[in-house]
Design a protein around this ligand. Structure first.
Ligand code: SAM
Length: 278
């Protein structure tokens, strides 16, 4: 049933927007000493070797992180710092998955909860993080895991929901589970990654969120080409509930720059929007 493996896509343009937003949120959470919980409902393997045959097959990272010149983008210093922490030299041979990014930021007082269903990726994830005392790795459904964990004892935290959307019903499922979690943990930060393959599915997700009455929702999207029903994933983004207060300002400066580099149509394609205000 589960056929998606993130190792084929690590470091692609979708990971770039997802992980930049993730870094910004984690940077915000560590500003206070008080503990926080990081819940990653769809963790993947955690760390990716870009020389692995899976990555080499499509080489998607060459159209994503591989396109960024970090010397020319000082705003991405923190994202680059996380990547550098896994690599010996300036070249990016190893790319961090979301659990590695969280691991870079988690302090002794914080906790990470990682969920992964694919047996092979669960084994890799478990091997990669079994020695981390404040990370728990579960071979369980991430939505059930989320429901069981909220509200976390710390009452502060970030929930990253990053499904592969292999089945169409996932677009609705994600929002349904977020609304349920938000009822129990309304001040948590929720970051929901989405692919734009069919724009209607994303519009429906937004409509469902607006209808839920949840406030303070923003969206950051990065594209390589215009919406189309024929070209696979043309853009992808993060919907963030309860975003850190400087995130919008930071992303509105950064997104046009990254979009101009990533685009495949000579025109930057991005969205930086408030879906529901505070
Ligand atoms: N978050 C990762 C990152 O940024 O590095 C990538 C995750 S990948 C897009 C999605 C992962 O979710 C896949 O490894 C897939 O096996 C896993 N998955 C799919 N459905 C799941 C579920 N219901 N619960 C937990 N994991 C699931």
């Amino acid at each position: 049933m589960l056929s998606y493996r993130h190792s084929f896509h690590a470091g692609n343009f979708a990971d770039v927007i997802k992980h930049i937003v993730l870094v910004e949120i984690l940077e915000h959470l560590i500003k206070k000493d008080s503990p926080f919980d990081y819940i990653d409902t769809h963790s993947g393997a955690g760390i990716y070797d870009l020389w692995n045959p899976d990555s080499q097959k499509l080489q998607e990272y060459t159209e994503g992180v591989g396109k960024l010149d970090f010397n020319e983008l000082p705003e991405l210093e923190k994202y680059y710092q996380v990547i550098r922490s896994l690599n010996k030299f300036d070249a990016i041979d190893i790319y961090p998955g979301s659990p590695s990014i969280a691991n870079f930021y988690l302090r002794r007082q914080d906790r990470g909860w990682l969920f992964e269903l694919h047996p092979k990726d669960y084994d890799l994830l478990s091997n990669n993080f079994s020695d981390k005392k404040n990370m728990r790795v579960h071979h369980k459904d991430g939505y059930d895991g989320l429901n069981a964990l909220v509200p976390p004892i710390s009452r502060r935290g970030l929930v990253l929901i990053d499904p592969s959307y292999e089945i169409k019903s996932e677009y609705h499922l994600v929002i349904d589970r977020v609304i349920k979690a938000h009822k129990k943990f309304s001040n948590g930060i929720y970051a929901i990654w989405y692919p734009v393959v069919d724009r209607h599915s994303i519009t429906r997700m937004e409509e469902e969120l607006i209808k839920s009455g949840i406030r303070d929702i923003q969206r950051f999207e990065l594209g390589i080409s215009d919406d189309s029903s024929q070209r696979g994933m043309t853009s992808s983004g993060m919907i963030v509930i309860n975003p850190p207060w400087r995130l919008f300002e930071k992303m509105s400066q950064l997104l046009p720059k990254i979009a101009s580099i990533i685009t495949q149509v000579n025109r930057p394609i991005y969205k930086c929007e408030i879906i529901v205000d505070e």
